[in-house]
Ligand binder design. Structure first.
Ligand SMILES: NC(=O)c1ccc[n+]([C@@H]2O[C@H](COP(=O)([O-])OP(=O)(O)OC[C@H]3O[C@@H](n4cnc5c(N)ncnc54)[C@H](OP(=O)(O)O)[C@@H]3O)[C@@H](O)[C@H]2O)c1
Length: 214
């Protein structure tokens, strides 16, 4: 399979690129600035179409929207969560996912069984609301909702969409004390990619294949 992973220069995205390459796939990894990777800044509306133009005509079997930001970990309710932070985080975690999907649709539609994985989070689940990280939680809930709607919109076009919680993973974002290494999360997510089909489209699952509450 020919796959594109956003945010493949570090963390879960880099581990996914390694795992999927080791499983015999052609992996196209993107980064904002890392040498040797395709250039993509999902917060820049011009960037996804420019990348699509660069990719040529070959079919894309899977798009993995992994790039994400979590700036509001230390923010407090009474004085924190400034407006610009809402805009900046939604630009990456929500709009960035949509613009990347939109730009890649023509290439995905050329594949035999195209798939889109959206890396959301358990923190986007309404069932697990904890009252903190309000921007991150709202943005990941929006990414989940976006994935659910794209699943409906793209099913008639033959494209399966799955939304995933990668686990609590020891990356720069996940921090210390995480449950999983990036490699462990990536192995599970690679299995999820194999399992994703039009029958399962719209699923919200954990890295290890359990159905997640929305
Ligand atoms: N770690 C966890 O425990 C955990 C749990 C649940 C969900 N997630 C989700 O899993 C995904 C990966 O997380 P991670 O832990 O691997 O995070 P990470 O280590 O902080 O890596 C984030 C990646 O996203 C990229 N990125 C940020 N802004 C971007 C932009 N504007 N355009 C393109 N790429 C951009 C980063 O690139 P730069 O190097 O250029 O910044 C980096 O490659 C995220 O969507 C995150 O929300 C993570």
């Amino acid at each position: 399979m020919r796959l594109l992973i956003t945010g493949a220069n570090r963390g879960i995205g880099a581990a996914l690129a390694d795992t999927l390459r080791a499983r015999g796939n052609e992996v196209l990894g993107t980064a904002r600035s890392t040498e040797g990777l395709l250039k993509l800044d999902v917060a820049d509306p011009a960037s996804p179409p420019a990348l699509a133009a660069q990719l040529g005509e070959a079919p894309l079997d899977a798009l993995i929207c992994n790039a994400g930001v979590y700036f509001d970990k230390p923010e407090t309710l009474d004085t924190g969560f400034p407006a610009q932070m809402w805009a900046d985080m939604f630009a990456v975690n929500v709009t960035g996912v949509f613009l990347t999907v939109q730009a890649m649709l023509p290439l995905l539609e050329r594949a035999a069984t195209p798939k889109i994985m959206i890396i959301s989070s358990q923190m986007g689940s309404n069932a697990l609301a904890k009252g903190n990280a309000l921007i991150y939680r709202a943005s990941k809930a929006a990414a989940l909702n976006l994935g659910s709607n794209l699943a409906v919109a793209l099913k008639p076009r033959g494209i399966a969409v799955g939304i995933y919680h990668p686990g609590w993973v020891g990356t720069e974002m996940g921090g210390a004390g995480a449950d999983l290494t990036p490699a462990q999360s990536a192995e599970g997510l690679a299995d999820r990619l194999d399992a994703l089909s039009l029958d399962a489209t719209g699923c919200f699952e954990t890295w290890d294949g359990r159905a997640h509450p929305y």
